[in-house]
Design a protein around this ligand. Sequence first.
Ligand code: MN
Ligand code: MN
Length: 463
Amino acid sequence: MVRKNAWAGYKETDLVRLEAIAKAYCEYLNNGKTERECVRTCVSAAQAHGFADLKTLIRQETKLVAGDRVYLNWMDKCFLLFVVGRRPLDEGMNIVGAHIDSPRLDVKQNPLYEESELAFLDTHYYGGIKKYQWLAMPLAIHGVVVRKDGAKLEVNIGEAASDPVFCISDLLPHLGKDQMSKTAAEVVDGDALNVILASRPLEGEEKEPVKAAVLKLLQEKYGMEEEDFLSAELEIVPAGEAREMGLDRSMILAYGHDDRVCAYPSMAAVLDFEGTPEYTLCCVLTDKEEIGSVGATGMGANYFENAVAELYALTKPYSELGLRRTLANSRMLSSDVSAAYDPNFAGVFEKNNAAYLGHGVCFNKYTGSRGKSGSNDANPEFMAALRRMMDAAGVCYQTAELGKVDAGGGGTIAYLCAKYGMHVIDSGVPVLSMHAPWEVISKADLYEAYLCYCTFLREAGEV
Ligand code: MN
Ligand code: MN
């Protein structure tokens, strides 16, 4: 069974749309290097498309009717969209979902120190990273500092051309004999991921003069004192914009494709939906997937269910049973990136069941590890329905497993949505160098993901 390369079938009109989506996606990435920045971008996009804030509708007890468009910003870290359908909610929704957190280095609570007249920020890595990849490259600081009085400072340093950037130093090879004999996991200790923040001492200061200079700068520029780090959420991410990649410009090199390359087209497909859908449409963009979907903003929390309950109560008298039916009767494309086949590391893939760059959106019937453990294994009835829909719409898709059996594995949010009893399948875009500071995707796969989500939202129904 051979799947075709998506580029082979494109006409001029396809290529124009493909490039437009790729461009809009790069802007989305550049404006959203953290989950909070992503949510802010999503809220503006939703408002521009005429979506109303669910919180306001709840307060005003506004009844919703078919065709109404609603968004919810949950804690500035999760984002939901709904388009109310013609059919009663109890008949289920067509849901697309993805996550908007990405692997990175988080700044610790008490992070600032001076050592040998250099000021450092101490970090704790977030998600599955290869620590050595984060050394000797330009880094930016993004996030928020919430002062004791509640005032929130937005931080974004290292992105504008005129901004300074930051860096974690690596050892020169000349002195690297011992280091080079270590395993890749041991080359850098987790606690050695210390970002160099400054090197210039404060004049007249005897004790820790560089740190003193940093504190003075923070006070002058941000009205921030050292204790304010206690209530900050600062993320260290690679500095720089998403770039077209390849002589043919067919790919995009960027930070955070996992999983914004699924989040963006999921959101765009709902925003772009014209008219009134048959079934209610939903897009859920969640946080904390990279650390196990935990916490109040992870898919394991109740915010999604609560939002659907609120929506339900605005369309008809609330009923617990009605909510359960709504969730159980729903269908979902739970999107997360797939490992693209890499000829440089062919040994960990099984060629017949691998995702290929440029072969379109990828369906993973199951993920998991060591015998599918932790996986959502989608039903073949649902997969058959998807095949019908995608083939009829001419969407280019492929299927894959996450590497060879027993090569490793991983999980997504799919199993958490599946617990409601809905039909869920993992889908998404293949990525090269997944979880590296700079990841690679094909523009064709992004385009096909968008077409896939549009088709699913329009066509999916009772399985
Ligand atoms: Mn992911
Ligand atoms: Mn990931």
